[in-house]
Design a protein around this ligand. Structure first.
Ligand code: ISE
Length: 341
């Protein structure tokens, strides 16, 4: 059922890196959508972005005005993590489809409230920005696993490195803000739910705060018997990298190398490394927006949903508990409501 007769008008909340990227993609690349409005606490930045996205883009004073406006059909949220849950709930109250950057919320309780509100609505309206699910390199691995190329997967080996920790980073926020991607990727790639986590962390010399465990190693056991080993290092210094190998009982799959030629020169062979996620995942961000708009038009959302956001946060919460206790943490995935089957 096509519920949108005209171009879908998207309201973007937050005009920083991710907000600017999504607004730019929606206005310049994605067909069937336009940026209808922008809101940011930094009004002049919002105005600049609005001017770049078209001549009739409204600039809103606050988030609520944007969400409630009748000329805004759907909402994109790219504000700081702690604001996500409240803004999503506001969208749910106004029955406005919403794409929110990860994490869905910063606590399991808030994430569950979102799931419950969506179940009450009896319609999926929330999508979460787990963009690796749209990255061509990750998709190649996922499709190969699903076609049986490596037999049964038995081990997920992930590497996730930021060049420099975000301002205000804590040991816990590394799990909420960064590792949540890897936890979602493991669930998605393997098609299994996480049942046990064990996390070690250390403070590296690169950390600006000696309290922060800026290098963490996460071990997982998943329901179908797979294991996972994930390194998250947020002060890697040299650049940004996400790497993945999946080991199966008949072979292994490693994501293809970077899309840059290998340069050999003066006793050196190598390729450049990206500086951050915006440089690393350009294709994924475009596909993610394009599919979202197509799905909205088709009346059925197929991307990572509130249940994926909630379940990955349950794993994050257990990871935080393990980091604090120094022991393994078990947890049982709750019953998946019919809406998310
Ligand atoms: C950042 O917020 C992102 O979402 C990136 O995708 C992730 O790789 C990075 O670690 C986060 O800090």
């Amino acid at each position: 059922m096509n519920v949108y007769s005209e171009t879908i008008s998207v309201g973007v909340i937050g005009s920083g890196g991710m907000g600017a990227r999504h607004a730019g993609t929606l206005s310049a690349t994605v067909s069937g959508a336009r940026v209808g409005g922008i809101m940011d606490l930094d009004r002049s930045r919002a105005e600049k972005l609005a001017a770049n996205c078209g001549s009739d883009v409204m600039v809103f004073e606050n988030e609520q005005d944007l969400i409630r406006d009748d000329d805004i059909d759907v909402v994109v949220i790219t504000t700081p993590d702690e604001t996500h849950a409240g803004l999503i709930m506001e969208c749910l109250q106004h029955q406005k489809p919403v794409f929110c950057e990860k994490p869905l919320a910063t606590t399991v309780e808030d994430a569950r409230r979102i799931v419950d509100a969506e179940v009450e609505l009896d319609r999926k309206v929330v999508q979460v920005g787990f963009m690796r699910r749209y990255d061509p390199q990750h998709l190649d691995v996922k499709n190969a696993i699903d076609s049986g190329a490596i037999g049964n997967p038995v081990l997920f080996k992930g590497t996730h490195r930021n060049a420099v920790a975000l301002p205000g980073t804590s040991s816990e926020s590394i799990l909420v803000n960064s590792a949540v991607h890897d936890l979602d990727a493991a669930r998605w790639m393997l098609g299994q739910e996480i049942e046990e986590v064990y996390v070690h962390g250390t403070n590296t010399p690169a950390a600006s705060d000696e309290e922060v465990l800026d290098l963490q190693v996460i071990q997982l056991k998943l329901g179908g018997g797979c294991l996972a080993n994930i390194e998250v290092y947020v002060n890697a210094g040299y650049g940004y990298e996400v790497d993945l190998e999946v080991v199966g009982d008949e072979g292994t799959l490693h994501i293809a190398p970077a899309n840059a030629p290998v340069l050999r020169k003066q006793k050196y062979a190598g390729h450049p490394v990206e500086g951050d996620w915006l440089e690393r995942f350009p294709a994924a961000y475009v596909l993610e927006m394009q599919r979202w708009i197509e799905n909205l038009r088709g009346g059925r959302l197929t991307g990572p949903d509130a249940w994926d956001g909630y379940t990955s946060l349950l794993a994050v919460e257990s990871c935080i508990a393990s980091l604090h206790s120094g022991t393994k943490e078990h947890f049982k995935s709750p019953q998946r409501p019919e809406l998310y089957q």
